[in-house]
Design a protein around this ligand. Structure first.
Ligand SMILES: [Zn+2]
Ligand SMILES: [Zn+2]
Ligand SMILES: [Zn+2]
Length: 342
């Protein structure tokens, strides 16, 4: 992620609503990809540098669950990220407001990354009723009044469902331990599910997809059942970025897409802060992964020095690198052709 500054010169962060140095009000504007300092003007907020006027996103105004600003002339009451919500948790249930705020924080970072890559939040495609949308649902484990006994995190026709319980540290760690996973985060879930959403947009070459990820026609339900009963193949680390990626070619794709976003966003942060010798984000993917591997050693060692788990407990094998190159090519091709059309 890039760096942001208040008008007073103080560095501020992506999630900030107030500058801790000068006390002014801050807000994120998706159209500009910027945190801006605003001053109150009647019932609006004004950016005095540009003479532009904004309103607070409704989720900021009512729940402090967002730091977004909406153009004063827009008919929308929600910012770009909050507009994508189809269902939010029942906020009268104790603990849900805190859980939802964590989910929104992860979702905003996801949206930031997608927009930086030039990926559309909506695109016309067969079978999808709408563009990207989010259902943050509860099941009876977190709320006995909830309709469903079990809600699984997943993607269907553009709608990403996330179980609200994933925002609960204890529940998520328990699930991670049960599944023998090395990494389980809200951001990781959202990035993975987005991989399924962009599948149709980015996978234009069926033969190349099959050569890299395997035959997607394999029976999905049977493959997942086999994975949960028998676990991954013993040599999965040579072929896949995670054990779960070995479950089915579509899961491999979604896992690699999530890792592509992890790498892209984290390298951007490292470049912005001078903690990598990479200077050009347009370098070929193979070179970026060389920088990434060096950065991972630093990140993991720093975490170990603090008694924390590794920040990136994975290693990118040659086979995984080929898959990341394929994803990089597909995204650049899409973003390039889209820019030409505009
Ligand atoms: Zn300031
Ligand atoms: Zn918002
Ligand atoms: Zn998946």
């Amino acid at each position: 992620m890039k760096r942001f500054y208040c008008r007073c010169g103080q560095e501020v962060f992506f999630g900030n609503s107030v500058c801790f140095c000068c006390g002014c009000t801050l807000g994120y504007v998706y159209r500009q990809n910027a945190i801006i300092s605003v001053v109150a003007e009647y019932n609006l907020w004004c950016d005095p540098d540009r003479q532009l006027r904004y309103r607070f996103c409704q989720n900021r105004l009512k729940h402090e669950a967002c730091n977004g600003l909406v153009d004063a002339s827009s008919p929308q009451v929600f910012c770009l990220a909050c507009q994508l919500n189809r269902t939010i948790p029942n906020l009268s249930v104790p603990g849900n407001l805190e859980r939802w705020r964590k989910i929104e924080q992860a979702k905003r970072r996801l949206i930031y990354g997608l927009l930086r890559l030039g990926l559309p939040l909506q695109y016309p495609t067969r079978g999808y009723v709408q563009g990207l949308a989010f259902d943050f649902l509860e099941d009876q484990r977190s709320n006995p009044q909830a309709e469903k006994t079990f809600v699984a995190t997943g993607h269907l026709n553009g709608v990403i469902t996330l179980n609200v319980l994933e925002a609960d540290d204890v529940a998520r760690t328990q699930q991670r331990t049960l599944n023998r996973e090395r990494y389980r985060t809200l951001l990781g879930h959202l990035r993975h599910e987005c991989g399924h959403y962009y599948d149709q947009l980015l996978n234009q070459d069926a033969a190349q997809f099959t050569a890299l990820f395997g035959d997607p026609q394999q029976d999905y339900d049977a493959a997942l059942k086999h994975y949960y009963q028998h676990g991954p193949r013993p040599d999965w680390q040579e072929h896949y970025i995670s054990a779960y990626a070995s479950a089915h070619p579509y899961e491999d794709w979604a896992e690699c897409f999530a890792h592509y976003l992890h790498v892209t966003d984290t390298l951007e942060t490292a470049v912005a802060r001078g903690t990598t010798d990479m200077t050009d984000s347009a370098e070929p993917m193979a070179q970026r992964i060389m920088h990434w591997n060096k950065l991972v050693v630093v990140m993991n060692e720093l975490n170990r020095s603090m008694g924390l788990a590794d920040a990136y407990p994975f290693s990118v094998s040659d086979k995984t690198l080929q898959k990341l190159i394929y994803i990089d090519d597909a995204i650049r091709r899409f973003a390039g052709s889209h820019q030409q059309q505009q």
